[in-house]
Design a protein around this ligand. Sequence first.
Ligand code: SF4
Length: 215
Amino acid sequence: MKLLVNEIFYSIQGEGPNVGKPAIFLRLGGCNLKCKWCDSKFTWHPKYSENQNLLNIKIIQQIKKFPCNHLVITGGEPLLQQNGLKELLSELKNYYIEIETNGSIPLKIWELIEHINCSPKLKNSDNLPYPLQISPTDKKVIYKFVVKIKSDLTEIKSYCKKYKIPKSKIWLMPEGTSRNKILEKSKWLIEICKKEGYNFSPRLHIMLWGNKRST
Ligand code: SF4
């Protein structure tokens, strides 16, 4: 079976509860949303054509070259390719598998994944609202929200109330594709997290390398 792949690289996890852990990144191509501020447009925008169909066996060969057994599957929206992922992950049973999703597609491969970073998109993404498909009742799931301006908090609060997402499962991260923008927003966002009891997530890869590919 093949997967539409954008890139495979080795770095550290820059966001969420596993921030700082060395990890291999399998970035898949294609997305069902079009976020205005998307920092990985190269995975889905028609003006780029960098995705390639790769056989699972080739993907596994590339993954196994790296000295690490933590694999982050990202995109794009990886859950668009769950049939191919099911076959791939059944060959990577000794890996810790973390997946990123926008929460718009039901997950059918729970048993093959250890950790799910669900990042529902708010109005600031310019997408139409969509129903959350990833339930907070599962222990493996956490939710990351990109915060652009302070008033986004009102929407996050009502969203989490609607879907019964506890604060312990919520990570807030600053929107931005430059170090300065992230730094400036982090300062007030950390204060909000302290006051409201949310977790803060940096975007370490942007702080370290800016909006650079394969980092
Ligand atoms: S869901 Fe993620 S990959 Fe898709 S457009 Fe939004 S930010 Fe980009």
